[in-house]
Design a protein around this ligand. Sequence first.
Ligand code: MD6
Ligand code: FE
Length: 207
Amino acid sequence: MPDIVPGALHHPAFLDADAQKRLAQEIAEVIAAAPLFTSRMPKSGLPMSVRMTNCGPLGWMSDKEKGYRYAPRHPETGAPWPPIPQMLLDAWDALTGYPKPPEACLINVYSEDAKMGLHQDRDEADFDAPILSFSLGADCRFRLGGERRAEKTIAFTLCSGDALILSGPARLCFHGVDRVLPSILTPLPAPLAGQGARVNLTLRRVT
Ligand code: MD6
Ligand code: FE
């Protein structure tokens, strides 16, 4: 588990092929209960290129009027988010050792032409808690910089089954997805296949 920068831990292939299939099944069930939706940028109202949903007590979303936030219910169905699958709660314990469970799991679904601009995850109350992510499906070029947007960045590839932790000094580092790589060799496992090319899950403490 190489430390890319202090506090940024990359675990290539943390989930083996069987675990990736089980996770894809769990995520397909979440999407069936809490359909993918499109968030919009605050102020501009421009749509994000990823589609998203959530599981856990709180879910992340954004719209033109109220901006980035966590909320306990789906913005379109009004239903509470489905629970976080047990295998993700177990992985959180194993990988982070953080004493409290995650409160939000944001599920971002990328088509082959989706990307995510350089951002900090700072809508949470407690930056002492790490953020843990898992990727499924197509590889992507992931970019990681420093705590200021202008700082030097590095790029590396995130693959299906990889875990990435941003903790400690890396918790507030800028990061984003430059591009999704062609998905022909690494399609999403069966129940997610029609949904897009790549899925990324981020587990967070919020309160
Ligand atoms: C993505 N990931 O991989 C976007 N944030 O699609 C993130 O924005 C991210 O992977 C915080 C911690 C880990 C991440
Ligand atoms: Fe992020």
